[in-house]
Ligand binder design. Structure first.
Ligand code: M6R
Length: 359
């Protein structure tokens, strides 16, 4: 049942605020205490290992930044298909996290099995609590996103991000670190903000019609939103079949700028945070080569540099740590509307399966 939407993907994008609110209410009490299943206590671990595939991997990359900056914990992140064959050393004070919407991804399950008996604890972050990955873990953290039908993952990603952020905040509390002011309250307010962004009549559709003409699209981001640039590129290529690459903005001049000309839209994710000026200077390098910049920022950022861009998208201002969750919404919408403009099979893109149970 698409609940009045044209595609499951559109329905699942629209469900995100309510699902996020439910997830937060499930894990954070009225007094801001975070309670995780299995009584996970991060004082018991000295590092975190996170392994996943595809979109889940980008959630892990986002979380690496959070665990490091919010909780001061070292984090290793890898894609399961690489991790499983590398035979990496695993410390006995490592918390090993396996992230999978389906809970059935073959590579992720194999990586989990490799660390069984080596890591201190194996935790599964899954959408399907009865799945194989959940069954083989010591602790299961359900993301409570409901059934996700669209092959392109959307609502599972935002709930994965939220649970990982709550874990990083719990890790900070467990390890006696002071949480940044306003972070938990900001997280609680985020579903309302996502609702506003999803409802706002904006120019996403006209930008998407422009993207639909492109052969290549670049996504750039720095710091907290760099993994969202990767996720944006993955989403666009999966459902619109347009070649898209996500890059750390600072890597632009180390190669990808050679691709830029007036035919290449470059989507720049740049909340007005402490790295904004750096990202803007990368954007200017793109403009100098005639690239078509789509600047996604908040009002302050758009007021400063929006005039130079081909198109802009203005998002509300949120706590910088929360920006990855918010900036996910426009990249999902751009991918969706571009695919609709191209007339592809949005929910069942060619060559892809919802659950990858063979390697
Ligand atoms: O079920 P999983 O989270 O383990 O799946 C991992 C990837 O196959 C999945 O995220 C894939 O990249 C999606 N199609 C992304 O939209």
């Amino acid at each position: 049942d698409k609940a009045g939407h044209k595609h499951f993907m559109a329905k699942e994008i629209a469900e995100q605020p309510a699902l996020l609110a439910d997830l937060i209410a499930n894990y954070i009490g009225a007094d801001n205490t975070i309670t995780l299943p299995g009584d996970l206590n991060f004082a018991d671990y000295d590092r975190v290992l996170m392994v996943a595939c595809g979109t889940g991997y980008y959630a892990c990359k986002t979380a690496k930044n959070w665990f490091e900056t919010v909780a001061g914990m070292p984090v290793e992140v890898d894609v399961a298909s690489e991790y499983r064959y590398r035979e990496p050393p695993v410390g006995d004070r490592t918390l090993a996290l396996y992230l999978s919407q389906s809970g059935e991804t073959a590579d992720t399950l194999a990586a989990l099995r490799y660390t069984a008996g080596k890591a201190a604890t194996i935790a599964a972050i899954v959408n399907v609590p009865e799945s194989s990955i959940a069954r083989e873990a010591d602790v299961v953290l359900p993301i409570r996103a409901g059934v996700e039908v669209s092959v392109a993952s959307t609502k599972a990603f935002t709930n994965q991000l939220a649970i990982l952020l709550m874990m990083a905040a719990k890790a900070a509390q467990d390890r006696g670190k002071i949480l940044a002011e306003g972070l938990i309250d900001g997280l609680r307010a985020l579903p309302g903000i996502l609702n506003v962004v999803l409802d706002a009549p904006d120019n996403v559709q006209s930008i998407s019609r422009g993207l639909a003409e492109a052969r290549d699209v670049l996504f750039l981001g720095r710091g907290a939103v760099y993994p969202i640039a990767l996720e944006g590129a993955l989403k666009l290529k999966e459902i619109s079949y347009i070649h898209a690459e996500g890059y750390a903005a600072g890597e632009l001049k180390h190669g990808p700028i050679a691709l830029v000309d007036k035919h290449v839209p470059v989507i720049v994710l740049a909340p007005r945070d402490r790295l904004f000026d750096k990202t803007v200077s990368n954007m200017q390098e793109v403009l100098a080569r005639g690239g078509k910049v789509v600047l996604i920022s908040d009002e302050a950022g758009i007021n400063e540099f929006g005039a130079d861009a081909w198109r802009t998208l203005t998002l509300p201002r949120v706590h910088p740590t929360l920006a990855p969750i918010l900036y996910t919404i426009p990249v999902q919408l751009l991918a969706y509307h571009t695919a609709v403009a191209k007339g592809t099979d949005v929910d069942q893109p060619r060559n892809l399966a919802k659950s990858v149970t063979v390697e």
